[in-house]
Write a new protein. Sequence first.
Length: 93
Amino acid sequence: IFIFSQSREAVSLELSKLNWTAPTLGLAVVALEVGYILTYRAGWKINTASLVTNIALAILLLFIGFLFYGEPITGRKLLGVVICCIGLFFLIK
């Protein structure tokens, strides 16, 4: 609504203040939702696809936090990853 209700100058001024995180977060959310839709169309069960995606995302964010933000990977976090992987193993069986 802001884009259509303001002048071009005001919109371009506000867009110039935008940093890279907001569009990147928007793209990540869209990519996750498209991934869900594609897994459902491929025949996955809703609960299984959601669980696998959330676990994979949590593990990925653990390493992204370590590499880019210097967050420590503790034994408790690694234990959580192992427990999630064991849960996925039993889910697949």
